[in-house]
Write a protein that binds this ligand. Structure first.
Ligand code: ADP
Length: 226
């Protein structure tokens, strides 16, 4: 818990320092500054703080709410979720990847729709963020026995074996020269882990350094999934 608090303070302090620096520059009436440019530069650290607080709230909410019972679960249209997310991602300005999708008709799962959306969004966003331009992202959603399997595979830098068991820890990041500063909060996979725990599932990670990574999980099939 102490580590966690120290990490939060550290993560919040960096963008805050930048914001304070710009505000001081604006207050300095003797300096010849471009107000418009300074205000524009403030938006990135402000957005960073907002993302962090949002993710912290999400994590707290997930950790403190009771596990859903089978009666709390709905039929989740995972195919639609995947389509929505991939369309949003294709619209981003840095997007220059190839996305391939393989979705089995009639594969439908039980879950809490918003949470499944959040888990899939985190995994697909990571695949795109960590994979260099023109890389390939393969997303699949298939029946898998009495469950359904979601997977996202990328041709990014891959992750060394010793890091794999730590990836879902809060604020754990692989410190690799191949991975440029991603701008992420370091909480995404911790959120995914908690969501999957609430769905009696777990995150599966396969990765080969220099070749790419595959992140996946299974969900219970719904009755409408024939
Ligand atoms: P972040 O906000 O830093 O992306 P996450 O919890 O989502 O935080 O991920 C934790 C760490 O796992 C990342 O910092 C990165 O080092 C590594 N990681 C996650 N997804 C991938 C991926 N698809 N390829 C390579 N590394 C990844």
């Amino acid at each position: 818990r102490q580590d966690f608090l120290a990490n939060i303070s550290h993560e919040l302090r960096s963008p805050l320092t930048v914001i304070v620096g710009y505000l001081e520059a604006l207050q300095d009436s003797t300096a010849n500054h471009d107000t418009e440019e300074i205000v524009a530069r403030l938006s990135s650290p402000v957005q960073r703080m907002r993302d962090l607080v949002e993710d912290l709230l999400t994590l707290t909410r997930l950790e403190s709410s009771p596990r859903p019972s089978i009666y709390d679960l709905d039929d989740v249209n995972v195919a639609k979720i995947i389509n929505t997310i991939s369309n949003e991602i294709k619209g981003l300005k840095d997007f220059d990847h190839v996305i391939e999708m393989s979705i089995e008709q009639g594969a439908s799962a039980l879950g809490i729709p918003q949470e499944i959306y959040s888990a899939i969004n985190n995994l697909i966003t990571n695949a795109v963020r960590y994979t260099p331009a023109r890389g390939r992202i393969e997303i699949s959603w298939q029946k898998h026995g009495d469950r359904c399997l979601f997977e996202v595979a990328d041709t990014g830098p891959g992750i060394a074996t010793e890091h794999l068991q730590h990836l879902t820890e809060r604020f754990y990041r692989v410190d690799s020269p191949r991975i440029a500063k991603s701008g992420g909060t370091g909480l995404g996979l911790a959120i995914v882990k908690h969501i999957l725990l609430r769905h009696e599932s777990a995150l599966q990670i396969n990765s080969v350094l220099g070749e790419g990574s595959t992140f996946g999980f299974t969900l219970r099939r719904s009755r409408s999934s024939i």
